[in-house]
Design a protein around this ligand. Structure first.
Ligand SMILES: Nc1ncnc2c1ncn2[C@@H]1O[C@H](COP(=O)(O)OP(=O)(O)O)[C@@H](O)[C@H]1O
Ligand SMILES: O=c1ccn([C@@H]2O[C@H](COP(=O)(O)O)[C@@H](O)[C@H]2O)c(=O)[nH]1
Length: 202
């Protein structure tokens, strides 16, 4: 199994890049795991308390579960990938049965901060977009798709997103084998990654 890790700050375009990469590749050969599925289960907290969580700190992620699931997939076993709700700030009761594939892509802001997870990646990719571009995209996406308002996104950006990005996420760029500049859509980079995957698929 070829495991590809794709990291980068919020709004850099990780999900978009992953969708572009897997578009036209056979479903049964390539799978995706999102770090978002592995946010800690916060069911013990009331909604108001959950909104105060720092979701941009490595502590917010259940890396033990993510690591265990990746190992299971590498061993050829299926996993039940949790499903996360950004609107509720919590895991849902659902899960997605995910079978091992020849190629697994793991994407998320913090995946390269964890040494054990990092070691499991055969290829490490960091998607870069400037911080103003990321903030604009995040504002639009969170207001349109994640039930937030302007003030909420900006406050979170100043209080946690920006400092956490600088402290934990940006430094993981140094581990990357490939850095994809993504201020604009980057079809060349996507094609290169697709070529690598196609070689693996034979
Ligand atoms: N290169 C790009 N140029 C303009 N908008 C983009 C680009 N890549 C992604 N977007 C948009 O920015 C938003 C965030 O992208 P997304 O892929 O969800 O980022 P991430 O997963 O890194 O948080 C989405 O609305 C997406 O359509
Ligand atoms: O309950 C939550 C959990 C996370 N977030 C924010 O999501 C982003 C990570 O997702 P991307 O798709 O990579 O942007 C992270 O910056 C968290 O702040 C949230 O708002 N609510």
């Amino acid at each position: 199994m070829l495991v590809i890790g794709i990291a980068g700050g919020t709004g850099c375009g990780k999900t978009t890049v992953v969708n572009q990469i897997i578009n036209e590749l056979p479903d049964e050969e390539v799978g995706v795991i999102s770090q978002d599925s592995y946010y800690n289960d916060l069911s013990h907290l009331a909604f108001d308390e959950r909104t105060k969580t720092n979701f941009d700190h490595p502590r917010a992620i259940d890396f033990e579960l993510l690591c265990g699931h990746l190992q299971e997939l590498k061993n050829g076993n299926p996993i039940h990938q949790p499903v996360y709700s950004f609107v509720k700030h919590n895991r849902t009761k659902d899960s997605i049965l995910t079978h091992p594939r020849k190629v697994m892509i793991v994407e998320g802001i913090l995946i390269m901060t964890n040494p054990k997870i990092r070691e499991m990646f055969d290829i490490k990719i960091f998607v870069h977009a400037d911080s103003d571009e990321r903030l604009i995209r995040r504002l639009k996406r969170d207001i349109n798709e994640r039930g937030r308002d302007l003030n909420e996104v900006l406050t979170r950006y100043q209080n946690t997103l920006k400092p956490m990005h600088n402290q934990f996420i940006e430094p993981t760029k140094e581990y990357a084998d490939i850095i994809i500049p993504n201020n604009k859509y980057n079809t060349v980079a996507v094609d290169i990654v697709r070529t690598i995957i196609n070689e693996k698929l034979g």
